[in-house]
Ligand binder design. Structure first.
Ligand code: SF4
Length: 103
């Protein structure tokens, strides 16, 4: 899923997972613990707690590729790689500034 598609994803339906929302499937996505945890909301929306999803991510074997993917594609919704959209935005902005500064 490219950044434009990801940005258009918008607030997810309850029970949505990165796999169900992603137009592109990567091998690591099949390994995501979230695919086996429909009881956990990975797209809690503004003002709702993401703690339960983050706990699952911490136990997931593909946390790093998931986080890399979400940051690289600037996905603005949901918990990916154990980080909330706000937390990923901080990283994305820092990377943009570093690129602009020629680092
Ligand atoms: S890190 Fe979290 S969101 Fe990513 S695949 Fe694993 S459980 Fe799913």
């Amino acid at each position: 899923m490219g950044s434009a598609e990801a940005a258009e994803a918008g607030p997810a339906d309850e029970g949505a997972t990165l796999l169900s929302l992603s137009g592109v499937e990567h091998d690591w996505m099949q390994e995501g613990l979230c695919t086996r945890r429909p009881d956990i909301d990975f797209f809690p929306g503004k003002g709702r707690r993401a703690a339960a999803a983050k706990v699952v991510c911490q136990q997931c074997s593909v946390q790093l590729p998931c986080l890399d993917y979400a940051i690289a594609n600037e996905i603005v919704d949901g918990v990916w790689g154990g980080l909330s959209p706000q937390e990923r935005s901080t990283i994305i902005l820092r990377r943009r500034r570093a690129r602009a500064a020629g680092e």
